[in-house]
Each structure stands twice: as structure tokens, then as C-alpha cells.
Design a binder for this molecule. Structure first.
Ligand SMILES: Nc1ncnc2c1ncn2[C@@H]1O[C@H](COP(=O)(O)OP(=O)(O)OP(=O)(O)O)[C@@H](O)[C@H]1O
Ligand SMILES: [Mg+2]
Length: 533
């Protein structure tokens, strides 16, 4: 047995670069198998393309290509029409993990961590040995071409090629990866992902050049959702460690101004009360606080009733965009959507949106989960959305099945937030905070109620039609019988019966067919025409 001393062990200690860490733990970033690896690359690049175009307020035009080069080796191209990337930033964005523009901002975006696209570069070089090629232009007539790898030991970019090339004027980014993968078209595939992206981003036009042919997901609307504003953190969401760092970094001279200037919705009265409860003079310099003081502030915050954070940092889709997305991609008989009012978990604003598409081309029950407009295809079992769906008794809404509806419905659930509580770095499922579950359930119940009204209307109409058919079928025979009894001509009697039937059922339809029952049923023919056209 070899016994090591602390001194001997000390020789083995060294820092680990973040790239080295993810090189070993690529499953944490979504590269746990070859099929999923292709999806992850497309997902990271498409998410970035949509974030960039939305931030630049441009209607997204996205081109995706997957080409099989040899067995299990693919060339993957993603191009967008966003603002492009300035030359100085290209190398770090693609060649350094944990480098990005969104991590420090409190506003809704698809990306959060600054690891997505460099993770793709890392996986590509690991599995093919090849650098990633980037073409980008900011619209100034110059296109910058780069070929980049990551120096894994130091988490630094290695630029293999960098030049300015002459092209037509354009703006955007085109990235080309060569990586190991496996292209399949099942439920958790690239094509399903892009279809769901087209539903949750109906203002985007997406062309997919796949190994099996070209598919276009056409833009359904010409408007972008509302632009989210950046907000400051809310005190309820800040833990002791972060508070300590913020106290160290702040330019505020007193603890009172620190609280009012660095956090959202803290007025001087509230700041004074927190200081009072924590037994600290509000004029104390933030840097002079002891560990004990910081703890006391944190306890005092928990005991103070704070105003909720502003919610203009969110960019929900809204009912019309959800309905448009569902209609254009699924061609249902009926569709409706609702947006819950924004609320807060642990100090972070969030909002739930639910849509249901029923019948038409929807043949089977399924559900789609979205976080900040990004489809979530894996880890459904762990997700707050799945758990909420299974808590609804669908039979109460005229659908069979208790945990999941057993009817031709697609359930769409979208959570948007400045900070989505994912259960892991690969951003696949949403943590089950009770307030999140509650909001999703309320949204689902609201929307299911609308569907149930529609279905009872449909069922009633079917019943009426059936009755009408029976009366019409026997009108002739009844008229003959009545002619024998009364002597009046049967033709006239039959006409009168048919008129009465028409009048009776017409009146019932008029009384019962309320606005809500009609829902989007009225839009049905229009929706189908829009889609088919
Ligand atoms: N297509 C693009 N157009 C413009 N800027 C881009 C594009 N792709 C990436 N960027 C910039 O590069 C940064 C890093 O991208 P990356 O995907 O690594 O991280 P992220 O999107 O910030 O977060 P996440 O790791 O959650 O995806 C982004 O924050 C963005 O500023
Ligand atoms: Mg990203």
C-alpha cells in the first residue's frame, strides 16, 4: 500500500481550466450521445441567432444546414441576419468558455451562461479535430473570416486563420462546425426542435437543409415580441455570498445608498428599516460591515415586506403570437392561449403562458415545454411543466385521461423569466418551485376551460344536427299520415315541418353559441387557409 503525505499530495494540486472541466464532462453541456450532440450544436447556435436578432430588433431569417461528410461525421452550418459580431470579440466568444454578454444582465434572453457556443467549438474539435469557421459582418461591407480552436489547458482561443474577405454587403453571423454526430428524425430530433422553435418564435423564418431534404418554417407574423428592459436584482433573490461581493464592489458610500441604488424597488424608508432591524447605522460604509452585519442584513431582508420587482424585464409572447405559432405549424381545428400575469419566485420575475391546440391535423396528445421561447426536449420527467400537467384532472374539461389528456390536443407551456431555474447546466428542465407549479396549473386550467366550452358547444351542435337529421328523415312519412287524418296536402305539411325544424334549431344555435364557445373555432377556416396557402 502506498501512503502519501500531505506534502506529496500538494505536488499534485493544480487549478483546472473550465475548458478542461467540460472536456471531461461534456454530458453536462448536452453532449451525452451522438444524436443529442447534433441537436445541442443547432440549439446553441439558433438560440444565439434569435437572441441577437431580437436584441437588434430584426425579424429573424435563420438558415440551418446539416450535411453528412462521412459515417457519423457532419458539417453543420447556422447563419443569421443579426447585427453580427465586432472583430475584437469574435475570438473570445467562440474560443473561451464563460465569455458572453448576457450573464450579468437581468433581462429575459435565451442564453444565460456564456458557455453555449464555445461549448460547441470544444465538442467539435474534440470529436473531429477541426477548428470552427466563423464568417461575420456588421454591415460595413467587410466580412471577417475566422478559424478558431480552444486552447483547453488555458481556456483561451487559438486562431488558426483570420482575414477580411470581400463579399456583398450583409450583417449577421455564419458558423460552421465539423463534428461527430448521428442524424435522426424522431421525437427529440433537430427537426422537431426547429418545428417547436417555429411555434414559439412565429416571427422567425427558418430554412433547414437537412440530410433528407429542405424544410421551410415560414414566418407567420411580422412583429417581434416586446423588447425586455434590464432590471436591477431584487433583494429577495440575493444570497449572503452575492451580497458580500456586491458590498465589496459597490461605489455607494453608505449602506443606505447601497440598498437603494443597487437593488430594484428599495426606497430610502425601506432601506432605513432594514438597517434598523439589522442594528446597523444606515450611514455606515458598505466596506466596513462585518460578516455578522451582512448576516443580520440578510435576516432583516427576509423579515421585511418588499415591493415586487418590475416585470418589464420580461418579453412574453402574448396570446396572438402563441396562437399564430400553433396554427401555422399544427393546423388545428381549435386553438386558444392565455398569458398569466407576471409574478415572482425567489425575487426573480417570471410569467407563464399556456396554449392548447385541438383537433384538425393534431392527431395525438402531446405537450411542448418552453423556457424563454426555447423548446425543452429532454428531461421531461424532472420538469415543473410536466409535473403541473399531471396534476390536472383532464376529465373535468371534457377530455379523457387523468394525468394526461387522451384526446387530440397539443399543450403548449411557456415560462419566461430573467433567470430560469434550470435543474442543470444543459438547460433541459425547470425546477419545481411551488409558485411556478401553481402558476402553470392556473394557466392550464384557464385554457382547458376554454377548450371544454368549445367542446361542449361542438357536442351540442352534433346532437342538434343528429336530431335535425331524424326529423328531416321522417318529415315525409309524418306528412302523409297527417294528410290522411286532416285532409290537408302532404307536400304543404312536409314543407311546414321542415320550416319548423329549421326555425327551432336555428333559434337554439343563436341562443347558445356564445363568444367564448366559439373561441378560435370561428377562425378555423381562416387558420386552415392561412396554413394551406
Ligand atoms: N449569432 C450571434 N450574433 C451576435 N452575437 C452573438 C452571436 N452568437 C453569440 N453572440 C455573442 O456571444 C456571446 C456568447 O455566446 P454563448 O452562446 O457562448 O453564451 P450566451 O448566449 O451568453 O449564454 P449561454 O451559454 O446560456 O448560451 C453572447 O452572449 C452574445 O453576446
Ligand atoms: Mg448562447
Amino acid at each position: 500500500m502506498v501512503v502519501k503525505t500531505a506534502h506529496e499530495m500538494a505536488k499534485e494540486h493544480r487549478a483546472i481550466s473550465i475548458s478542461e472541466f467540460f472536456e471531461k464532462n461534456r454530458h453536462l453541456l448536452g453532449y451525452d450521445n451522438k444524436i443529442k450532440a447534433l441537436l445541442t450544436i443547432i440549439k446553441e447556435a439558433v438560440d444565439n441567432a434569435l437572441d441577437a436578432t431580437e436584441e437588434a430588433r430584426v425579424l429573424p431569417d435563420i438558415y440551418v444546414k446539416i450535411e453528412e461528410l462521412e459515417k457519423e461525421k457532419y458539417k453543420i452550418v447556422i447563419r443569421d441576419n443579426g447585427p453580427g459580431i465586432v472583430k475584437k470579440q469574435v475570438a473570445n466568444i467562440f474560443g473561451k468558455l464563460l465569455y458572453g454578454s448576457k450573464f450579468h444582465k437581468l433581462r429575459q434572453s435565451r442564453g444565460q451562461q456564456g458557455i453555449g457556443i464555445s461549448g460547441c467549438v470544444l465538442y467539435s474539435q474534440l470529436t473531429s479535430g477541426q477548428p470552427t469557421q466563423i464568417l461575420t459582418s456588421t454591415g460595413d461591407g467587410k466580412t471577417h473570416k475566422y478559424r478558431i480552436k480552444i486552447d483547453v489547458k488555458h481556456n483561451e482561443p487559438m486562431i488558426e486563420e483570420s482575414q477580411v474577405i470581400k463579399t456583398d454587403k450583409w450583417h449577421g453571423v455564419q458558423v460552421t462546425f465539423v463534428a461527430e454526430g448521428l442524424y435522426r428524425e424522431h421525437k427529440q430530433s433537430v427537426i422537431e426542435y426547429l418545428k417547436q422553435v417555429a411555434i414559439s418564435n412565429p416571427y422567425a423564418n427558418i430554412v433547414f437543409d437537412s440530410p433528407t431534404g429542405k424544410v421551410e418554417f415560414s414566418r407567420g407574423v411580422q412583429v417581434l415580441p416586446k423588447e425586455p428592459d434590464e432590471i436591477k436584482p431584487h433583494l429577495y433573490g440575493v444570497e449572503i455570498g452575492i451580497l458580500t461581493r456586491m458590498l465589496h464592489d459597490t461605489k455607494a458610500r453608505t449602506i443606505q445608498t447601497f440598498l437603494t441604488s443597487e437593488f430594484s424597488r428599495i426606497g430610502s424608508l425601506t432601506a432605513k428599516k432594514i438597517c434598523e432591524d439589522a442594528k446597523i447605522d444606515p450611514r455606515t460604509s458598505p466596506r466596513k460591515l462585518t460578516e455578522e452585519d451582512v448576516k443580520n442584513i440578510s435576516y432583516a431582508v427576509k423579515e421585511t415586506k418588499l415591493t415586487k420587482p418590475p416585470t418589464d424585464c420580461l418579453s412574453p409572447l402574448g396570446n396572438e403570437l402563441i396562437k399564430n405559432g400553433l396554427k401555422k405549424e399544427l393546423n388545428p381545428e381549435w386553438v386558444d392561449a392565455i398569458s398569466r400575469p407576471p409574478t415572482v419566485y425567489r425575487g426573480w420575475p417570471f410569467q407563464i403562458e399556456v396554449g392548447i391546440a385541438y383537433g384538425g391535423s393534431v392527431a395525438e396528445p402531446s405537450f411542448m415545454r418552453f423556457a424563454n421561447k426555447v423548446p425543452l426536449l429532454y428531461q421531461a420527467g424532472d420538469c415543473a411543466i410536466t409535473k403541473s400537467i399531471t396534476k390536472i384532472d383532464w376529465r373535468r374539461y371534457g377530455l379523457q385521461g387523468s394525468k394526461f389528456p387522451e384526446a387530440p390536443v397539443v399543450i403548449f407551456v411557456h415560462l419566461c423569466s430573467v433567470w430560469v431555474p434550470f435543474t442543470s447546466e444543459s438547460k433541459e428542465s425547470i425546477a419545481s418551485y411551488p409558485v411556478i407549479i401553481k402558476e402553470i396549473k392556473l394557466g392550464l386550467q384557464d385554457c382547458a376551460r376554454k377548450l371544454s366550452l368549445y367542446l361542449s358547444g361542438v357536442r351540442k351542435a352534433q346532437m342538434i344536427a343528429e336530431k335535425k337529421r331524424i326529423f328531416e328523415r321522417y318529415a315525409g312519412e309524418t306528412a302523409v299520415a297527417l294528410e290522411e287524418l286532416t285532409g290537408s296536402p302532404s307536400k304543404q305539411i312536409e314543407e311546414n315541418i321542415l320550416k319548423m325544424v329549421e326555425k327551432r334549431w336555428g333559434e337554439i344555435n343563436g341562443e347558445e353559441d356564445t363568444e367564448e364557445q366559439r373561441g378560435e373555432g370561428q377562425d378555423r377556416s381562416q387558420a386552415n387557409t392561412e396554413h394551406n396557402g
